[in-house]
Design a protein around this ligand. Structure first.
Ligand SMILES: Nc1ncnc2c1ncn2[C@@H]1O[C@H](COP(=O)(O)OP(=O)(O)O)[C@@H](O)[C@H]1O
Ligand SMILES: [Mg+2]
Length: 229
């Protein structure tokens, strides 16, 4: 279990994409720590690179320069296969459009990350039901995702993201597709998780509404991460 104070760190990190020969810079030489047990926001207008930074933290993508450290060890030194295993075990990801698997029931969606971590049988069903209860969806276990409201789908997606007890929770515009009342409910679930279970929550959003609720907040601006809280 990862328990260090600074759970995730960017160390002299730069990231660019190439469009043919043309370099599209996202960030340049940034060094930032995302503390354990805290909620950190990444803010910025659409297209500025929020999802890119989250993909670097989850190991989906790799830096152009510098390193991503998790628990003081470098994610950037791992192979793609090792990064996939790291992500399965230690990271839970929540997206704006939920991305539940439509052909699986809510319960089966939540069992899926457990299967990937080789947890099955009664143990996994017990865990899945426990987390369905946490997000108040016990009565929806056997229905398919398309019969749920947006808020319910996001609650199911949160249960799926956390059922395997990852240390790092990444949320990419998790409330971008929800009304304000549902948004508050979803944010409360996430914040309670961070405080109850000492998780590291890194949340990307283009809206400033969540700054007050977060511990730390950064704005992507001029290729840097500017600390605004
Ligand atoms: N795989 C990729 N290849 C090339 N360009 C990309 C890739 N992913 C993102 N980009 C570009 O990088 C910029 C930042 O994208 P993104 O991180 O998705 O921003 P945000 O999440 O803040 O909206 C955009 O200009 C986007 O087009
Ligand atoms: Mg994005």
């Amino acid at each position: 279990m990862i328990r260090e104070h600074n759970c995730v760190q960017f160390e002299s990190l730069s990231k660019s994409y190439f469009d043919g020969d043309k370099e599209i810079k996202i960030v340049e030489d940034i060094s930032v720590s995302f503390p354990n047990g805290k909620t950190t926001l990444i803010l910025g207008r659409s297209g500025c690179g929020k999802s890119t930074l989250l993909n670097l933290i989850s190991g989906v993508d790799v830096p152009s320069k510098g390193r991503v450290l998790v628990n003081n060890s470098s994610l950037s030194d791992l192979s793609e296969n090792e990064r996939t295993l790291f992500r399965r075990k230690h990271v839970g990801i929540i997206f704006q459009f939920f991305y539940l698997i439509p052909s699986l029931t809510v319960l089966e969606n939540i069992l899926f990350p457990l299967e990937l971590n080789n947890i099955s049988g009664n143990k996994s069903r017990k865990l899945a039901h426990e987390f369905l209860q946490k997000v108040d969806l016990n009565d929806k276990a056997d229905v398919f995702p398309d019969t749920l409201s947006g808020g319910e789908q996001q609650r199911a997606a949160i249960a799926r993201a956390i059922v395997h007890d990852p240390q790092i929770i990444i949320a990419d515009e998790p409330t971008g597709n929800l009304d304000s009342k549902t948004r508050d409910q979803i944010i409360n679930i996430l914040l309670n998780l961070v405080s109850d279970k000492n998780k590291t929550l890194i949340l990307a959003t283009h809206s400033e509404d969540l700054i007050d609720l977060s511990d730390n907040a950064y704005l992507i601006e001029n290729l840097k991460l500017k600390k605004i809280k």
